[in-house]
Write a protein of this length. Structure first.
Length: 274
């Protein structure tokens, strides 16, 4: 089951003694049910912070985040997070890693075994159920992490630089894998990446965030036929457009205000661009 995710007016600041960092400022956007949305932006713009807020691992200073109209208040089974390193349990087998969340949810043994095996087959790991994690390649480990998240049938799947530690060929295989899985299962996905081409390859929509404090600078609909490859010409052209917007930053405009003064204002289109 897929769900609608809404991020409304989020502000987040981190304080350290007298110094502090305004990580996010007035961030708003929506992710439609079954949509795969990519978050990109320069380093330090608050992408991962925002993902942690959606996951419920942090709380915003202002604003709210909703799944199907219900505000989130901490972690929950409706959201599942895939980390860059997979965060697998090395003392458990592949099968037991995928079953872990189901076991915590007290799903009966036979049911969780069947669900785990079905999901491992979907991610191309049938026959590897009894393998130890250290016996797997990096790409296989990320497939296990993906299976462990998807087997819980989350309403929203969150991915934080999930493929960035992999070699180029493995990443390209997983790009095709994720596109196929997302179309088959229809889960709503919010994926953070620093790689603009990766964002265009995977996303239905790309949301570009500005440098700190992070704001929504612009959003791009990606109308390129699937399956997409990272070296497709249309992918490269669209990625170039987004990269140029990232380098340019928010547009600056002057607007007249009362008493004939001028206000220097950064253009910050926010909200659902559709």
């Amino acid at each position: 089951m897929s769900s609608r995710l809404e991020v409304r007016g989020i502000w987040k600041r981190f304080d350290a003694g007298e110094a502090g960092v305004q990580a996010l400022e007035e961030v708003s956007f929506k992710v439609n049910p079954g949509e795969l949305v990519m978050l990109v932006g320069p380093s330090g713009c608050g992408k991962s912070t925002l993902l942690n807020l959606v996951a419920g691992l942090e709380k915003p200073d202002r604003g709210e985040i909703l799944v199907d109209g219900q505000p989130i208040d901490g972690p929950g089974p409706d959201r599942s997070l895939v980390f860059q390193d997979g965060a697998l349990f090395p003392w458990l087998s592949v099968q037991k890693n995928v079953e872990f969340g189901l076991r915590q949810a007290k799903v009966p043994t036979a049911t969780r075994r069947d669900k785990a095996q079905q999901m491992l087959e979907k991610v191309g790991l049938k026959g590897f159920e009894s393998r130890a994690i250290h016996e797997l390649s990096g790409g296989m480990r990320q497939r296990v992490a993906l299976a462990r998240s998807l087997v819980l049938e989350p309403r929203v799947l969150l991915m934080d630089e999930a493929f960035s530690a992999l070699d180029a060929l493995t990443r390209e295989d997983l790009y095709l894998e994720l596109q196929g899985l997302q179309q088959e299962i229809g889960t709503t996905v919010l994926f953070v990446t620093h790689n603009v081409r990766e964002a265009v390859t995977l996303g239905d929509r790309v949301i570009l965030m500005s440098a700190r404090p992070g704001r929504v600078q612009e959003a791009f609909d990606i109308d390129i036929l699937r399956p997409r490859q990272i070296d497709d010409a249309d992918v490269a052209r669209t990625a170039q457009t987004i990269s140029a917007a990232m380098k340019r930053g928010p547009q600056i405009r002057y607007e007249p205000i009362e008493e004939n003064r001028l206000l220097l204002r950064a253009s910050r289109p926010v909200g659902d661009p559709r």
